[in-house]
Design a protein. Structure first.
Length: 223
């Protein structure tokens, strides 16, 4: 039913807009769908790029600055003819679920891995790994993850703000300076937690038994 839908999801910088002379023109707004943009940005991060995906995200953010844009389409069930909300990114309709693909850019930025039943969590930040802080969610709780790399030490903090996060393993990516002979120390609210570390390449897995409850902070120090 929509043979030329893809042709309408773009811009026409030279004014040579296709479709106006075509029978059965599709009335989408002339822009790519934000969900596709976010998914592409996340894949770029996963491929080791940073400038390009953040350029895409900045462009999308600038688009939804609250200014009212009208006459976008003639279809009431598409954009309803207007847009501009800072939280209703354009898609096949307002508040369309695909725009939630932006969440994948957070996961890609922090290199998040998680297995609830196995009680394992891991991070590999590509965004500012030397001084990183981001939001995370788990099966039974949420909070912030942060890490700092100074000299021959990596310190990671898991601060749970609500619920709880039971853990049996915590994975991190080590800088080259501490990959050989790495030692680990773990504390939960300042109290030592028995832990062992295994390293494969630049990836370290810390085995432990701990439940981080709301208001508590787990600190993993590798040196």
């Amino acid at each position: 039913d929509e043979p030329d839908a893809g042709m309408q999801q773009c811009t026409w910088p030279r004014g040579d807009r296709l479709g106006s002379h075509m029978k059965g023109e599709i009335g989408y707004a002339d822009e790519v769908m934000s969900g596709f943009e976010y998914a592409a940005a996340a894949m770029m991060m996963k491929s080791g790029l940073l400038k390009e995906p953040f350029t895409v995200l900045r462009a999308a953010s600038d688009r939804y600055d609250g200014r009212l844009r009208t006459n976008l389409s003639t279809w009431e069930y598409a954009s309803w003819g207007y847009s501009g909300n800072p939280f209703g990114d354009d898609e096949a309709g307002k508040f369309y679920a695909r725009a939630m693909a932006i969440w994948s850019t957070l996961l890609a930025s922090q290199g998040f891995t998680y297995d609830g039943p196995a009680q394992s969590i891991g991070f590999n930040p590509v965004w500012k790994p030397e001084d990183h802080c981001s939001f995370f969610t788990a099966a039974e709780g949420w909070g912030t993850f942060s890490q700092k790399i100074t000299g021959g030490t990596l310190e990671a903090r898991l601060a749970v703000k609500s619920g709880k996060v039971p853990l049996k393993s915590f994975a991190l990516t080590l800088p080259a300076a501490i990959q050989q002979g790495a030692k680990v120390a773990v504390t939960l609210d300042g109290k030592p937690v028995p832990a062992a570390i295994s390293v494969a390449g630049d990836r370290a897995t810390v085995a432990l038994e701990a439940t981080v409850n709301a208001g508590q902070t787990l600190v993993v120090t590798v040196s």
